[in-house]
Ligand binder design. Structure first.
Ligand code: UDP
Length: 241
């Protein structure tokens, strides 16, 4: 029952990579559907869930701005935010196809396809156990969807930020470069920031630290991990005070 859940309200950050095949770009509905099946397992536990969509599978503002002198950096960031809306729409249909009721709310208005993000309305949906998909990040350029996830977690008073990635957690060094890198099972916010560990952007970690919201970084591709994460089992790396 939901009374035994370690986390009552969860913000799940799905990076763009969970919308496409490994080392590819664009959207793969097969991947989105697989992710949605995992999401259904946690919704079935009775958690209140808000999902912040990344957009890196389509476009990252910083990278795109570097490609040409013609494109202004803020424009590239707005394009990145719109990319997260494309992902959000795909996720919404995949979840509803799996019988999970959803609402899509965006930080940039697009009333023909989604509700605007309104904190109190979002909370109401969560109370009614609708999964709220949050897209367009913060609505402002120069930040990432990690920061959006941290900010939404703060304003929605979430109990945890789950960061779904393709690595098993936070390592002392890049595990793809150094095979001797060790994975932390727990680490403090301060250590993540001081060691400059590349897991979540520093602003996001800072917000979670200020609000004392733990961050769990885990590999969403391992079957059952999302459920384990929500049930408070030891999986990935837990960042806390
Ligand atoms: N973005 C932004 N403001 C926000 C959130 C995102 O400008 O509040 C832009 C930014 O350019 C970013 C892109 O949207 O690169 C896609 O998001 P992100 O890179 O965080 O996606 P992920 O790495 O999770 O796939």
């Amino acid at each position: 029952s939901s009374s035994s859940l370690p986390y009552r309200r969860v913000v799940l950050k799905l990076s763009g990579e969970s919308f496409c095949r490994s080392r590819e770009g664009g959207i793969s509905m097969a991947e989105v559907e697989a992710t949605s099946k995992q999401i259904k397992t946690i919704v079935d536990q009775g958690v209140e869930l808000a999902i912040v969509c990344g957009g890196g599978n389509i476009l990252r503002g910083k990278q795109f701005a570097a490609v040409s002198e013609a494109i202004k950096t803020p424009t590239a960031h707005y394009m990145g935010m719109l990319a997260t809306c494309i992902n959000g729409l795909a996720l919404q249909d995949a979840l509803e196809n799996a019988q999970v009721p959803t609402r899509l709310q965006t930080a940039i208005r697009m009333e023909n396809v989604a509700e605007p993000f309104i904190r109190r309305r979002c909370l109401r949906h969560l109370e009614k156990k609708r999964v709220v998909i949050l897209a367009a990040g913060t609505g402002s350029p120069f930040v990432t969807t990690d920061t959006a996830a941290a900010l939404r977690a703060r304003e929605l008073e979430a109990d945890v930020v789950l960061k779904a990635t393709r690595v098993d957690g936070i390592y002392s060094e890049d595990p793809e470069r150094n095979p001797h890198a060790v994975r932390y099972s727990e680490i403090s916010y301060k250590d993540v920031l001081q060691k400059g560990l590349q897991v979540m952007d520093a602003q996001a970690v800072h917000h979670c630290m200020e609000a004392k919201i733990p961050i769990l970084v885990f590999n969403f591709q391992r079957e059952g991990n999302m459920l384990r994460a929500v049930m408070g089992e030891k999986v990935g790396t837990l960042v806390h005070a």
